[in-house]
Design a protein around this ligand. Sequence first.
Ligand SMILES: N[C@@H](CCC(=O)N[C@@H](CSC=O)C(=O)NCC(=O)O)C(=O)O
Length: 285
Amino acid sequence: MSFEITGRHKAFEGETAYCRHASTETGTQMAFAVYTPPQAAEGEVPVVTYLAGLTCTEETFMIKAGAQRIAAELGVMLVAPDTSPRGLGLPGEDDDWDFGTGAGFYVDATQAPWDGHYRMASYVVEELPQVVAANFPADLGRASIMGHSMGGHGALVLGLRNAGRYRSISAFAPIANPMDCPWGHKAFGNYLGPDRADWAAWDATDLVRSGRAAWRGPPLLVDQGRADGFLDEQLKPKALQAACAATGTPFELHWRDGYDHGYFFISTFMEAHLRHHARALGLTA
Ligand SMILES: N[C@@H](CCC(=O)N[C@@H](CSC=O)C(=O)NCC(=O)O)C(=O)O
């Protein structure tokens, strides 16, 4: 297995590392970032994976979210993958900012030409943790997942579909009902095909509403800014809230007055999300 650390940066007595490896799921080089907290010097530490949104890379979270200080206090490893395979040269891959490169949507594509490569669900859940644990002191038995926007959708869906692997799930401004918004229609139509029945398995609201995902862990934690320009057309947190209420799924939605969709919002509430995960991971939070 090829693996390379391309950059190392000391932070809060731990280290942010930028990594690359040859992925079997995507058939490309994939990039990801890892923050290792100082507690890892004493042994394996729990892992929180962060999935970023449209147009982001493995760098975005580490640079903008302000998460390392609190991760260092709590003793949590942070893992942030890139948001899609890159550089495949597929037709249409680089035409739009909300589809293709930087927009893998954390599904396993079934439609040509995407299906052999755009396998971000299997990459995040199966392959990436193994690569991380082979190279960093990660305790995969204690794992949680979080994300933003497209990555909030990813965290919710991958967490709900793989509840045995994740102790807690949280999201900032997630695309909560992608079957019912333009971003979701575009991504799912191209990656999964025209049959909406095939989309439902990748929609957090539908997974909860249908009872196909039965989450019984700590509340699904969601923060949403009221000044978010994408809220009404793309995000639909109230649909997920209604599905959770109807099925008794633990859910906590915080509306944040004046906050928009960006990393000033995310960094403001990052500490609360990491403490939520730390409690689920058995750490003092
Ligand atoms: N087209 C714009 C907007 C892209 C954008 O807002 N991306 C968000 C995620 S949106 C849903 O997944 C983001 O996180 N951007 C990175 C950032 O640093 O804010 C553009 O290309 O900028």
